[in-house]
Design a protein around this ligand. Sequence first.
Ligand code: AMP
Ligand code: ZN
Length: 496
Amino acid sequence: MIYSRRQESITMSLKLYNTLTRKKEVFRPHKGNTVTLYTCGPTVYNFVHIGNLRTYVFEDFLKRTLLAQGWRVTHVMNITDVGHLTDDADDGEDKVERAAAKQQMSAWQLSAFYTKAFEHDIAQLNITPPMVWCKATDYIQEQVKLIQTLEKKGVAYRLEDGIYFDTSQFPSYGRLARLDMKGLKAGARIEVAQGKRNPTDFALWKLSTPQGTHPEPIGKSHPKTKRQMEWPSPWGVGFPGWHIECSAMSMALLKLPIDIHCGGIDHIPVHHTNEIAQSEAATGKQFVRVWMHGAFLTIKKGKMAKSEGNFLTLSTLQDQGFDPLSYRYLLTTAHYRKALDFSNQSLEAAQESYRHLKNSLRQRGIFKTKTTKRPSSKAKKQWMAFLNAINDDLNIPEAMAVVWQSVRMTAIDLPSLKWLIEEMDHILGLDLTKPDHEAIPEDIQQMVARREQARRDKQWTRADELRRLIEHSGYRIEDSSTGARVTFTGRPHSTA
Ligand code: AMP
Ligand code: ZN
């Protein structure tokens, strides 16, 4: 019988942890066979850091898992190019405008540049792009309309600098984050003094100038407002708040309720809490069925963040000689709901393991083998064990243990092993069946290790001889702060 991946996985149930209920729940799409997925995208004022990328990789594992169940996935991701302020309390500067002023660029050019850089980073990490990218600046009318609806419903009010959402008018406000609303009210007199009715109220529309009047044609930066991105609105010239963007765009592109909405855990108390309030107050319908949040990538146990100045980008890792997929491999070592502490040593270890895995696959002859449509029962058993782990709220570390075990199982014939690894890699995205030049053969690796030892022992002649041997075999060796880096050149090469 020809194997059907869809049939087998459908008989198993996928469980996902829903932040809303704080429980693992069996997941099925709301309608038919299509899952609607909305993931909060980056604010494009700088390169994303590898902490941000951890969240996008987690969302990619999720999407690939949904596809492996045999469902279609309609995935929308936004690009925040306006309205994200440096301060969550609706003060401070617009991140994109501030960066543009610093770099003496137009805000439009700057956001286009960092959007491209983001697309490049996610491609390097084998993150499958969303079906639709939506930019906040392309959805201004939808945002204005949504705010008008909120005004009509009596849940928005005007202050001198903008239109605000009245959180006391939305009875279940803060449910996602389990916010203690009474405690917050009692403890926040200072913020309320700013003019907001409640400390948790937030801006829907900010005015460029206090009264929203504008002395110049819009679009050009005016010395009085210094803003480049601004639009006319029923309340005056200004720009949307950050939270309204995601509500307006997700509702413009996906039907309610959206099946799954994701982001990092920092989005639970403010951004996602506010998205729910606006969307549900405007429509009276449930906004999202399942909320999923990825834990932080930390560095020395502190959150990696641009504001902390402790962040690393993917290109920095590449400059240090790391392969982006080694970083993806590192992310398979921790469950997405657990913090992962990053260090160069942990990435080195991940790179080692990743290369070792690919070498083991090469040695088993997988790159030269054809797959089969009739895998052996042993291979199918391994696939079920892998799916069991994945379907348990994306337990990727456990699924990786099944991968390693399978590679070592000589009782699985080669075409079946190839089939198995292909199926697993549809979810893992580690290019496990793709031969690449990073897979350094064992004998070369041994020579590299012997050369490293010779260098440590200061036996320079011996180290040079080994280098020449390695290069003669078609590999280039470079010494870096993280150790020797070996790359395949495909031809004998000599520095002598
Ligand atoms: P931002 O551009 O700040 O909105 O962040 C983009 C995404 O990265 C959001 O989903 C954040 O929750 C997430 N994020 C930010 N910092 C980290 C971190 N250190 N580890 C994991 N995810 C993060
Ligand atoms: Zn969002």
